[in-house]
Design a protein around this ligand. Structure first.
Ligand code: AMP
Length: 416
């Protein structure tokens, strides 16, 4: 036998036993977002590398070390998208959606690619779903986005949700805070990891995302951004919290939540669940009022979130959902003539009655087909052989009760 080629590390094959939960959840997400008036946008998987450099920011882990980038045969510098917000914003600007109407509410489901170290809940190709709302600067819009994210998980029965929120203020008010943070961490400069030393120069906010124990301790007594943001920013944050309170959405304020991407302003949030281990973030998002401008569009306030489907599926393990669609009918046919007839019967049932019907295409023995029908947990089996065809009848068996009866072939459709 020849040597076979394996999939790439950090990617995953979704085999048939597992694919039903993916189909179920993707359908659920479509329907859920539609209830809030959000419309789907489908985007290319790769973009000009500059799009991500300009939006996500050069100092982020994503851009500095995780992107799959290459120069193509036409000398274009391309990148597999590491997230979808930048692409949504590019499309929003390119197709002048802002001119059509003031408020655009969009959602997406698609793969993202990051060269991270693979572990439970962390892949190099993963599926993200998310929403982006363009046009509204008001706290009501922030509350709508956060509540959609929270209710999605809550409605799926995921327990121990931990919604953390913070405001990182406007770009201007953040400057003063960044100065203070720099002063604070500079006192410990010699003890910081090399990554944090670099961040201290390039973007001290990012040190707050540290996963190193010693630095986590330092963060606990660092200056808080809320003490530096403007009155307008504070009011925006407070009004948003009042709406969340009215909606009974439980949250905690996390003074040091800043999120890893450069483009956020004012509200940022994350939802975690404690059942996932170290990769416990189900989704994250925030307001990005300057991004449309940064990427060449008109000033447009916007807010959104991105969530991982793999992590949602891991969290669903702890719920009681059933996703497998068992067949309604298994047609057991004996002989070529019966198999041909069973194809016709099966199609009629599928089209007119919307049922899941299985034909055996291995021409197996009666016993083997019955065994297969049991294995697949079919609700009914229809048995059809030469003799039945001559008499224009079939045997129908209810696999749960064991009851069996004979029926004229012309009456099968009406029977179901
Ligand atoms: P981010 O864009 O990093 O804020 O990620 C948003 C969400 O996408 C996270 O909360 C995760 O659920 C998911 N996610 C991010 N990176 C990965 C990854 N490497 N593997 C699986 N899911 C991921």
């Amino acid at each position: 036998m020849k040597e076979f080629i394996r999939n790439i590390k950090g990617t995953k094959d979704i085999l048939p036993e597992e694919s039903s939960i993916w189909i179920y959840l993707e359908n659920y997400i479509h329907q859920f977002f539609a209830k809030f008036g959000y419309k789907k946008i489908l985007l290319p998987s790769f973009e000009n590398t500059d799009l991500f450099l300009r939006s996500i920011g050069k100092e982020t882990d994503i851009v500095s070390k995780e992107m799959y980038s290459w120069i193509d045969q036409g000398n274009n510098n391309l990148t597999l998208r590491p997230e979808l917000t930048a692409s949504v914003v590019r499309a929003y600007i390119q197709h002048q959606l802002g001119k059509q109407q003031k408020n655009h509410k969009l959602y997406y489901i698609g793969s993202s690619y990051r060269r991270e170290r693979p572990q439970k809940g962390r892949f190099r190709q993963f599926k993200q779903f998310g929403i982006e709302a363009f046009g509204s600067e008001f706290p009501e819009q922030d509350a709508e986005i956060i509540s959609i994210a929270y209710l999605l998980y809550d409605s799926l029965g995921i327990k121990n949700l931990n919604l953390r929120i913070n405001s990182i203020g406007s770009r201007e008010s953040r400057l003063e805070y960044i100065k203070k943070l720099k002063e604070y961490f500079s006192k410990y400069e010699n003890e910081l990891t090399s990554t944090s030393k670099q961040r201290l120069i390039a973007n001290p906010l990012r040190i707050l995302d540290t996963k190193v124990d010693f630095e986590i301790e330092l963060v606990k007594t660092a200056p808080k951004i809320i003490d530096y943001i403007s009155d307008d920013d504070k009011q925006h944050f407070e009004e948003m919290m009042i709406i969340l309170d009215n909606l009974n959405i439980p949250y905690i304020i996390d003074d040091y939540l800043v999120r890893g991407l450069d483009y956020y302003s004012r509200t940022v949030f994350e939802i975690q669940t404690n059942s996932l281990g170290s990769q416990n973030a189900l989704c994250g998002g925030g307001r990005y009022d300057y991004l449309v401008e940064e990427l060449g569009g008109n000033h447009t306030p916007a807010i959104g979130f991105a969530a991982g489907l793999e992590r949602l599926i891991l969290a669903m393990d702890n719920t009681n959902h059933q996703f497998i669609c068992n067949p309604d009918i298994y047609i057991i046919s004996m002989g070529d003539k019966a198999l041909k007839k069973s194809f016709k019967i099966a199609n009629d049932l599928r089209i007119t009655k919307d049922l899941i019907v299985i034909n055996d295409t291995l021409k197996r023995s009666l016993k083997a087909q019955i065994k297969d029908a049991n294995r697949l947990k079919a609700r009914y089996s229809i048995i059809i052989g030469e003799e039945e065809i001559n008499k224009n009848i079939v045997s129908i068996k209810n696999m749960e009760t064991g009851n069996q009866e004979e029926l004229s072939i012309d009456k099968i459709i009406d029977y179901f």
